[in-house]
Design a protein around this ligand. Structure first.
Ligand code: 2M8
Length: 440
């Protein structure tokens, strides 16, 4: 089970005292949805770190409820990451510099799983109002008359340069980046977004910043992954509310409403699609984000079955790998960032959706994720055909989620319960030297 020890080694090396950087070199600050995935993995060997990870992220929540997609570490030099704190030019009420955009709200799910792993009602009581405020921000600032929430920047989708954004991004005027990209110092240019993409990313972020992060610029889409995360958060908030003696009903109603709005407005022909608010039309692409609604338990059976059919035909998941974009599509690229490679977090989300519907396929994906990491290490993304690793090394959510997968699915067919994991990890759990003051 060396892979588990190695995963903990990565997480310990990337730990910064109260949260985990996604990667020491490429992403040296705290990222929002990364922290949720990391907490899911840390829950398997250090629930204390998992709680601290989420609480430290929510410590930078804004007054309007938004959880910024990056929380900057003031000790990291400005030049280490672009766009850094000077570009975003904003601080959370806590005084910490942050970005002004958000990422998919997968945090309620993480908080609940952390609690299930080691019950802690005090933690739930503390994080629940923050999770509710995070949802409230999306309802207030981002909800369309159709009842769906929108994103205003490709970075908010988490799948930054997905071909699904090519069309809506084409309407964004490209202006000079205005600074040197830092990512290309660490990763080869043919595995990252192009300069043209970056010109639009920075133009959009600048325009949003210049309205005080209030009004969307030329990009506004309803994304199936983001809306699924929002709906799953409501389902989980109902469970959390019940566990702390609050009313779960409003959350249940909201979850049901988002599921039917998604089916009505984003589903077509075996896949969910994003909808461009500037044109009112669906962006009919082949992004694996369109399979993530499998996570919604109340999806009509025929829709779920059609998604599974698409996963098998267009995404070829019988191989055990889930490409981020359908391999038969023209834009597919097996090595470039979100334009085709397999990612552990995206696969984990679809795996969750398949576990109770098609456990045979879920098992194939679990084996595929373990196999990719065994072949190439904790890389950021993987070629879905030959498992070659791409992007940065020692990437935190690849390490964290493999701990969760091993605990649920097992390694080599043998399930690894938390007790087994703890035994196996042995002295490494001794590296869990987090002080209680962080949680105080
Ligand atoms: C990637 O995004 C950042 C911008 O937020 C970047 O490329 O610099 C994405 O993969 C995103 O989903 C992820 O949260 C972030 C950190 O891992 O990196």
């Amino acid at each position: 089970m060396t892979i588990l020890r190695e995963a903990v080694r990565v997480l310990v090396a990337n730990w910064d005292g109260s949260y985990t950087v996604p990667s020491r070199r490429l992403y040296p600050h705290q990222w929002s949805w990364d922290s949720a995935f990391i907490a899911l993995g840390n829950a398997r060997w250090s629930p204390r770190r998992a709680r601290a990870e989420l609480l430290s992220l929510f410590g930078a929540q804004w007054r309007d409820g938004r959880v910024p997609h990056i929380v900057f570490n003031p000790e990291v030099p400005e030049g280490a990451y672009f766009p850094g704190p000077e570009f975003w030019d904003v601080r959370a009420p806590s005084g910490t510099a942050t970005s002004g955009i958000v990422q998919p709200p997968v945090h309620a799910l993480a908080a609940w799983r952390v609690h299930v792993g080691e019950p802690d009602p005090a933690f739930l009581r503390r994080i629940y109002p923050r999770l509710v405020a995070q949802q409230e921000f999306l309802r207030t600032a981002r909800r369309s008359p159709e009842g769906l929430v929108s994103i205003v920047h490709p970075w908010e989708s988490g799948m930054d340069n997905s071909p699904a954004w090519d069309e809506p991004l084409a309407a964004v005027p490209a202006t000079s980046i205005g600074a040197q990209r830092k990512d290309l110092r660490h990763v080869s240019a043919d595995e990252r977004p192009t300069d043209r993409d970056y010109e639009r990313y920075t133009a959009l972020a600048r325009a949003y910043r210049d309205t005080g992060y209030r009004r969307a610029g030329a990009f506004a889409v309803e994304d199936p992954l983001f809306n699924t995360a929002y709906g799953v958060a409501e389902i989980v908030l109902a469970r959390i509310a019940k566990a702390i003696d609050l009313d779960p009903e409003p959350h249940r109603r909201e979850a049901a409403a988002i599921t039917s709005a998604m089916v009505e407005h984003l589903y077509d022909d075996g896949l969910f699609h994003a909808r461009d608010l500037n044109t009112g039309c669906l962006v009919r692409s082949h992004s694996a984000a369109g399979l993530v609604p499998l996570m919604l338990p109340d999806l009509p059976r025929e829709v779920a079955n059609a998604l599974i059919g698409t996963a098998l035909d267009r995404f070829e998941i019988k191989s055990g790998m889930l490409p981020s974009f359908a391999p038969g599509a023209e834009e597919f690229d097996p090595a470039r960032y979100w334009r085709g490679p397999s990612w552990i977090n995206l696969t984990w989300l679809v795996w969750q959706g398949l576990r109770h519907r098609r456990s045979d396929l879920a098992d194939l994906l679990a084996e595929g994720m373990i196999g990719a990491i065994k072949a190439s290490g904790f890389r950021e993304y993987f070629n879905p055909f030959n498992l070659a690793g791409h992007g940065c090394r020692d990437f935190s959510w690849s390490a964290a989620l493999i701990l969760d997968i091993a605990a649920e699915h097992g390694l080599h067919g043998a399930s690894a319960s938390r007790g087994d994991l703890a035994k196996e990890l042995g002295s490494l759990t001794g590296a869990d030297d987090l002080g209680d003051h962080v949680l105080a």
